[in-house]
Design a protein around this ligand. Sequence first.
Ligand SMILES: [Zn+2]
Length: 446
Amino acid sequence: MVIRRAGLAICWIALLGLPPAFAEEVATCPRAGTLGVSRTVEIDTTGGPGFGMEHYKAYDFLQDKEVVLTFDDGPQKYTTEAVLKALNDECVKGTFFSIGKMALGYPEIIREVAKAGNTVGTHTWSHKALAKLKSFDDAKDEIERGVSGVHRAVGGAVAPFFRFPTLVDTPEAVAYLGKRNIAIFSTDIDSFDFKPQTADHLVKSVMQKLDKRGKGIILMHDIHKTTAKAVPMLLAELKAKGYKIVHMTAKGQVTTLAEYDQAIEKEAKGLPQVGAERPVSSIVKTVGGTPPTSEASSAGGEPEGLPSAPTPDAASAAPPVPSVPSFPVAPKSSEPSAAPATPGKQSAVEAVPATITASKSADSKPVPSPAPASAAQASPAPSPVVSVAAVDSPVKTVGGSHATISETPASSPVSTVDVASAAHATQPPKSISEKLKETWKFWFGE
Ligand SMILES: [Zn+2]
């Protein structure tokens, strides 16, 4: 009898599927008094539609007072976590354009981001300016390694959403993303949060731009302390002024290419395979003789291979991989972002002054790409991507209050889904003087 009852209880748990703690977590959102998500849109990325009026003007799916929150360049210890907490506290969701290297450096953080219901897209492998690369193959490599790296780190769904570093596209890359059915995102409101400023100033300047425009996709970076501090304040302002959060989701997941999955394995060395999250030490234990030091040191339960957390004030930290170039060190910045260490071998990496360039975050430079590079920017003439999508529009409201205006052409790429929530080849490590030279070139040219 007792056994039968226990069995029944287990069945109920199985049916409900939620352990108490998780059920509680889910119950907290939507929550009265929070900003919440007013509308969730689902984007059909077929053909690689472009969004963000700064560059791609074909699909304007936002209503007046609607805002989309986007964060680039992470994940980063502390700052991404703070941004995530701020979003969770207000029951809102955003889109994170993650860098492959960063995601592999802090897989546990990007997983938390995804687990909380945020959308994770990609932002290349190491934030190289694609328009400046010698060949399209190099650009493709950056795009695809980024996709594979973020996918590997998240261990689950990654949206076919892409944002160009520095917001500068190239016709080939745009066409390529179109073929890969990956949507491209520019921005409506650039926060310029990489510039040294106070959180107060940042919030004020974003709100000014927003009040002027009335709505928009906001670009921020979850790798900056100032941004981390500003996000809760920004959400409070948005709430006070009656803005509504729209959460973008993708109709399908991004697919990775096997050759790039393999290519990043070297970088992912030490990270557990998806589905094999347990540290080796919890599976294989020495029960006789002397345990190897690695086993003893990982006995604390920390999965092997994950980067150890840098101290918050880490003035210097190792970049994700021994070869640094793609993340030149900013000459001067107040952003003490600590780059993740190479998984599992932090000490092996030469320490470099913090502030990775991600922070220089070129993203925000609305640099018009050199002549041919940015057709989309120069004229409203849609890039190859956009024109493909225009045939069968990509935005649809699948839940929440539908937008009253035309949800973009008939069957747009975006649809509202639900309401209230919704390189580094292995070159040898470079000397500090070489890195400084690269940094100099990065910031000031030859
Ligand atoms: Zn960026």
